[in-house]
Design a protein around this ligand. Structure first.
Ligand code: ZN
Length: 150
């Protein structure tokens, strides 16, 4: 599993260093704020919907490398998905980071997001990895609100 661990490190460093889709979205239909008090991570997720489909996703915020990389990879994973598909990805991602699915299945189902399986070894970091996802799912519900992982 050393190769996998290296990939995990590399992907997190890369997305932390140059996050994708990190910008305020002026034309967002929906947004939500999330906060992980344990680590101090903060994120705002913006969604632009086209009916039931997520046309665009972006985020703003500051936090640890894992929370930033996770938000960045999440935006790439969600663009073009409909609400049900997005929830399904979140469900699978959550199972992955809590160690409920094995990495090979996750690789097939989640692609790049599977690198986060390493997080399951560090329970304190699970909230960092899932913050953006909880926040996006709150935004998808259409309620503007603040999510706290506590
Ligand atoms: Zn964090």
């Amino acid at each position: 599993m050393n190769g996998f661990r290296d990939l995990y490190q590399e992907m997190i460093l890369d997305h932390n260093h140059s996050p994708r889709n990190r910008r305020k979205m002026e034309t967002a239909d929906r947004s939500a704020d999330g906060h992980n008090p344990l680590c101090g991570d903060r994120v705002t997720v913006y969604l632009q919907m086209d009916g039931d489909t997520i046309k665009d996703v972006s985020f703003e915020g500051s936090g640890c490398a894992i929370s930033t990389a996770s938000a960045s990879l999440m935006t790439q994973a969600l663009i073009g998905k409909n609400v049900a598909e997005a929830k399904e990805v979140f469900h699978k991602f959550h199972r992955l980071v809590t160690g409920e699915s094995n990495p090979e299945d996750a690789m097939a189902e989640l692609g790049k997001l599977a690198v986060f399986s390493g997080v399951s070894e560090y329970p304190a970091r699970v909230k960092c990895a899932t913050l953006a996802w909880h926040t996006a799912s709150e935004a998808l519900e259409g309620q503007s609100s603040t999510v706290s992982t506590e």
